[in-house]
Design a protein around this ligand. Structure first.
Ligand code: BES
Ligand code: ZN
Length: 847
């Protein structure tokens, strides 16, 4: 049973554990509903610690026996752990517990997924395996014996010995319990090897269920690429004799960096051209890199407490984005990241769930694996690198690894290495970690006597956790373009530190056009009426050129929505030129043609002092796309033909760019031919990118039924492809049909709602369908609430994450607000609601 009124944990209350853990021995006797776990742990009192209370976390455990130095003891069991009056000298703790992996639907701790045993311990799942000080600052070596009749028995570290029905593993690197992992099942290994820069030969394996062995090669290559990259760019070699990855079907997140034994959601690692889109390949490459990079940023150097989560996640997201930029196209990666930041992090930072990159309190840590911690956390590091420069960044990172290897650290430790490596005072910069909210930067300009002046004013809207924001250090990358389109001043980094600040640029012949916030040098909202059409034509910074197109589109859409004007010719003409410009990378051109998200437009409309109408936004977006399609209809056929890949399929940047652009054109063609070309592409497709894109167009054109049936018949046995089938129908539904479509799918025999991927594919797609979720009759709200209430007792973590669909509710009209409020009340008043969901709903309602 959970607490009725959950406890709040505060950063300021941090106190070290009163004991060091010298080593941990675990024995698992696996049985689906009655697994026995025997732990033998050596504790050494820490005489420096003020509090030497012996408290071990434990949840859902049946304690069979406990001993101290071989003598039976009877500890006091509490709701969430146990205490005992232990000797004030080193001692050995032994405990045997019984657990129920088969009954573990929350997918935290040890659980079964399609008959395979696996674990998820971050953040606080180890306490569901045995009694332990389950906190990241308690680090120890682990030795694990697994007894079970399975062909594959895996744990962290290096294999020590194995026989029929058992295996033993030893991890020599001290680690916190959240990095513990165990896997057992009948699995097939896809093997390879890698030799590190230190000459260590590492056996690599990717373990999958029989039938999936054809989907391993790409992930394995991504792993080897990641290993090479981390050696080359950060000087970080791998440190064990084996590196294992396991794919599991039921997983709350994307993947987990357990030491030497990464566990992946099957969707985040299995890939083949027939079943995976180009987007899937790119995501898989990035996630494999991310989890691998954690070996240094997260595992060798971990977090002191969960408030420091961005120390490992922000840094590792930053590292994986550098990797993707190197492997593929840097501008395309940057633009994609900013699209994602605006779609996921900005709404969080601007709504009731706003929190600093380093929060100061939480109730359920699982609710803080957020876009703010991850994506804004990565942006903060990108700014730091911009401010100190590439060389100083490299020096600071070397110092970080030297100084803190083997430690559990804080953001203060992280900033200190930058201060020591560069001599810079980062006390003001530290506010980026402490303050919530998206800063706004307003710009005004003046020109006189050959001197151009830019004045910047920053302000951060107050929020619940940051009622009184102070000025931040904001690096603003600026270039100046002369009226003839040539570059008058290459990119310079301006450091904005005051609420308001002026920068002058002398010696100019004419008033330039400024290109501000190049490369999106800071995660802010820029208020600036720039000459976007000019910048779209002339900006040399690829990010800002894209941003110019985006701003033109936004202005056009806002004018249509708020003033009823017809689509703006400046965007249509500018984009038409870009699309015909064959000197530009097709992947970049595909991005250029994208429109701001509908939820993002709703936020913009609210900022402008109006109430967003989701239907009107939907209509405006479709009208603008139709106008572009009409304008260049004569060219579309040739453009489409010129961007078909004839070479054998490869998921590389060049080919996927071609397909992305070809498919962007296909969507314009469908507006002209009603789906004939899409049907032809569907019938000829030999890869999922082409097949799925054609299917989306057919649904949009109102003629998807035959293809949907064919697709289902073709892919009914492939879980990951069927997730796409579930999701796409909701995504492409007309606003009035989205909730009905989702509801019908929840009645489909294949709707296994306990599987997080299938649940998210269906209901997550509804939540992401702006006009559909916000349908006037409230059907979207009601359906999501019904399913959150159903899922909560089974899987609180996934339920709570999806509550964020309601976080923007204060933007909308009174009728919608009252319908949402009713649903939030209905969820909140559900008996025995989990701590996870309670916290989310409470915070959202307090808006
Ligand atoms: N450490 C996390 C996985 C995790 C998150 C476990 C929350 C438990 C609770 C992992 O490194 C991670 O960040 N995974 C991301 C993908 C990554 C590419 C950003 C995920 O799972 O979404
Ligand atoms: Zn991570």
């Amino acid at each position: 049973m959970r607490d009725a009124s959950p406890q709040t944990i505060y950063l300021k209350d941090y106190a070290p554990f009163g004991f060091a853990v010298q080593d941990v021995h675990l024995t698992f006797d696996l049985a689906p509903s009655a697994t026995r776990v025997t732990a033998r742990i050596r504790f050494v009192p820490d005489r420096a610690a003020a509090d030497r209370t012996f408290y071990l976390h434990g949840e859902n455990l049946s304690l069979i026996s406990a001993k101290i130095d071989g003598e039976s003891v009877k500890p006091t069991l509490t709701d969430e752990g146990l205490t005992y009056d232990v000797p004030d000298m080193p001692f050995t703790w032994e405990a045997e517990v019984q657990i129920d992996p088969a009954g573990n639907t929350a997918l935290e701790g040890l659980y079964l997924s399609n008959g395979m045993y696996c674990t998820q311990c971050e953040a606080e799942g180890f306490r569901k395996i045995t009694y332990y000080p389950d906190r990241p600052d308690v680090m120890s070596t682990f030795t694990v014996r697994i007894n079970g009749p399975h062909g594959t028995l895996l744990s962290n570290g290096n294999p020590v010995a194995a026989g029929d029905g058992w295996a033993e593993w030893h991890d020599p690197w001290p680690k916190p319990a959240y990095l513990f992992a165990l896997v057992a099942g009948e699995l097939i290994a896809h093997r390879d090897t890698f030799t590190t820069m230190e000459g260590r030969k590492v056996d690599l394996a990717l373990y999958v269920r029989p039938g999936d062995e054809g989907k391993c090669a790409f992930g394995m290559q991504a792993l080897k690429d990641s290993m090479v990259w981390d050696e080359k760019v950060y000087g970080r070699p791998y440190d064990l004799d084996v590196f294992n990855i396991v794919a599991v079907d039921d997983f709350n997140m994307g993947a987990m960096e357990n030491k030497g034994l990464n566990i992946f959601n099957a969707s985040a690692v299995l890939a083949s051209p027939e079943t995976s889109t180009d987007g899937n390949f790119e995501r898989i490459e990035a996630i494999i890199a991310h989890e691998y990079f954690h070996n240094w940023t997260g595992n060798r150097i971990t977090c002191r407490d969960w408030f420091q989560l961005c120390l490992k996640e922000g840094l590792t997201v930053f590292r994986d984005s550098q990797f993707t930029a190197d492997m593929r196209s840097a501008p395309v990666k940057r633009i994609s990241d900013v699209i994602d930041l605006r779609a996921r992090q900005f709404p969080e930072d601007q709504g009731p769930l706003a929190h600093p990159v380093r929060p100061e309190s939480f109730q359920e840590i699982n609710n803080f694996y957020t876009a703010t911690i991850y994506e804004k956390g990565a942006e903060v590091i990108a700014m730091l690198k911009t401010l100190v420069g590439d060389d100083a960044y490299a020096k600071a990172l070397d110092l970080y690894f030297d100084r803190h290897d083997g430690q559990a650290c804080t953001i203060e430790d992280w900033l200190k290495v930058f201060e020591d490596a560069t001599g810079r005072d980062l006390s003001q910069f530290q506010r980026w970690y402490a303050q919530a909210g998206t800063p706004h930067v307003a710009v005004s300009e003046a020109f006189a006597d050959g001197t151009y002046t830019l004045e910047f004013t920053q302000s951060t809207p107050p929020s619940a956790t940051t009622p009184d924001p102070a000025p931040l250090v904001i690096p603003i990358a600026v270039g100046l373009i002369a009226p003839d389109g040539s570059e008058a001043m290459p990119t310079q980094i301006l450091e904005l530190t005051q609420a308001s600040q002026t920068f002058t640029f002398p010696g100019l012949n004419a008033k330039p056009v400024p290109s501000i916030l190049r490369g999106f040098s800071a995660p802010v909202v820029l208020d600036h009426d720039a000459d976007h059409a000019f910048l779209l034509a002339h900006d040399t910074d690829p990010f800002n050129r894209w941003e110019a197109a985006r701003s033109l589109a936004r202005t056009s859409l806002m004018n249509t929505i708020l003033k009823g004007t017809t689509p703006d010719a400046a965007w249509i003409n500018g984009i038409a030129n870009v699309m015909r410009d064959d000197t530009l990378d097709p992947a970049y051109r595909a991005l250029m043609f994208g429109l701001p998200g509908q939820s993002e437009l709703a936020a913009e409309i609210q900022r402008a002092g109006h109430i967003p109408d989701p239907d009107a936004i939907w209509v405006a977006v479709n009208t603008l796309k139709q106008a572009l399609s009409d304008k260049i209809s004569d060219d579309l056929g040739a453009m489409y033909a010129a961007h078909q890949v004839t070479a054998p399929y490869a998921p590389d940047a060049a080919q996927s760019g071609m397909r992305a652009f070809g498919n962007a054109i296909l969507s314009l063609i469908t507006r002209q031919d009603g789906g004939d070309q899409a049907q032809a592409q569907y019938d000829a497709a030999d890869n999922m990118t082409q097949q799925l894109s054609a299917l989306a167009n057919l649904i949009r054109a109102g003629r998807g039924d035959a293809a949907l049936s064919q697709f289902e018949a073709q892919w009914k046995d492939d879980r990951l492809v069927m997730d796409k089938w579930f999701g796409l129908q909701v995504m492409e539904a007309k606003p009035d049909d989205a909730a009905d479509t989702a509801k019908a799918l929840t009645k489909h025999a294949g709707f296994n709602w306990k599987n997080p991927n299938r649940f998210r594919a269906t209901l997550g797609a509804l939540a992401a369908h702006h006009a559909g979720f916000h349908a006037k009759d409230g059907s979207g709200y009601a359906l999501l609430a019904d399913w959150l209430i159903t899922l909560d007792p089974v899987n609180p973590q996934t339920t709570a994450r999806m509550c964020s669909a309601f976080q923007t509710w204060r933007r909308y009209d009174a009728i919608r607000q009252s319908m949402i409020s009713k649903e939030l009340d209905r969820i909140a008043s559900t008996p025995d609601l989990s701590r996870d969901t309670t916290e989310m709903i409470t915070r959202i309602r307090e808006a």
